[in-house]
Design a protein around this ligand. Structure first.
Ligand SMILES: Cc1cc2nc3c(=O)[nH]c(=O)nc-3n(C[C@H](O)[C@H](O)[C@H](O)COP(=O)(O)OP(=O)(O)OC[C@H]3O[C@@H](n4cnc5c(N)ncnc54)[C@H](O)[C@@H]3O)c2cc1C
Length: 250
């Protein structure tokens, strides 16, 4: 963005993000590219320690209460580090949007705040082995059993899967409804039934923990549903705002 269009506050944030990017050791980039580092947790924690994650979220959840422009300025700087580090920097913003916009107060306290503080790593899981463009054709299912949903299915190309403590996952909850009316969004903790099955030998974007997820009857507490049951489409559309903005800027 052109300097003369920025406020002093925006320039300061940009400079902080630039300093953060400059301080990332060259060795880390080389080690990630060679896949000696599979997930740079310390890098995400350092961004959090500098209060540079999810800048637009309110301070009470660990953000700075700044605008979209500040966040985009920061990702423009961090993007020089490459797609892996750019994506990992953006994930709290992307997953955070779903939680902040649709989550309960309890979900914001348990997931959003620790994510922006660098205590929990996150990833988004929407693409499936059958293809990612047709999001509404998702075949991962979640069936209700008492106080839990039981997830079955697979996701792929999930950046950060190797290191994530929890995932934002979209699954079909009503097989009989129209495709866009039968999907729900969940916060799924890494744990029993959640397998990171494969890390790809990618041509690029290496070292960012990209993996395939397999859900084998993974039990997710009903309180981890994000938004309303079968309301996954509205979560998805909203989440795609920072998803696309950060992809374009980074
Ligand atoms: C850098 C990067 C990071 C990513 N991170 C994540 C992540 O963190 N989590 C996650 O879940 N996913 C992630 N993805 C995956 C991404 O969402 C998918 O790659 C994308 O949705 C496309 O899906 P696909 O690769 O399966 O391609 P496909 O859907 O199989 O499409 C292949 C090709 O066919 C074309 N095509 C598809 N359908 C049609 C049609 N009906 N008519 C005409 N042409 C069609 C497409 O345009 C494309 O050129 C990431 C991808 C990249 C590149």
């Amino acid at each position: 963005m052109h300097d003369h269009l920025l406020t002093p506050e925006q320039r300061a944030v940009r400079d902080e993000a630039r300093a953060f990017a400059r301080d990332v050791p060259r060795r880390l980039l080389l080690d990630m590219d060679a896949e000696r580092v599979r997930y740079p947790r310390e890098y995400v924690k350092e961004a959090a320690a500098r209060n540079l994650l999810g800048l637009r979220f309110p301070k009470e959840y660990g953000g700075r209460g700044l605008g979209w422009a500040s966040e985009i300025l920061a990702i423009e700087e961090v993007g020089v580090l490459g797609t892996s580090l750019g994506c990992l920097y953006s994930l709290p913003s992307i997953v955070g949007e779903a939680i902040h916009r649709f989550g309960t107060e309890d979900q914001k306290k348990r997931y959003l705040r620790p994510t922006l503080e660098g205590k929990l790593m996150t990833a988004e899981a929407l693409t499936e082995p059958r293809g990612g463009s047709d999001f509404f054709g998702t075949t991962t299912t979640a069936r209700r059993e008492g106080d839990t949903f039981v997830l079955s299915g697979q996701k792929r190309f999930v950046v950060g899967a190797e290191g994530a403590d929890y995932f934002l996952v979209y699954a079909r909850t009503d097989p009989d409804a129209a495709p866009h009316k039968g999907i729900s969004a969940f916060l799924v903790d890494r744990g029993p039934g959640v397998e990171v099955a494969h890390v790809y030998g990618l041509m690029g974007t290496r070292g960012g923990g990209t993996g395939r997820l397999v859900f084998r009857d993974a039990r997710v507490p009903a309180e981890n549903l994000i938004g309303r049951l079968n309301g996954g489409a509205e979560v998805f559309y909203r989440m795609m705002v920072p998803e696309r903005l950060t992809s374009a800027a980074g």
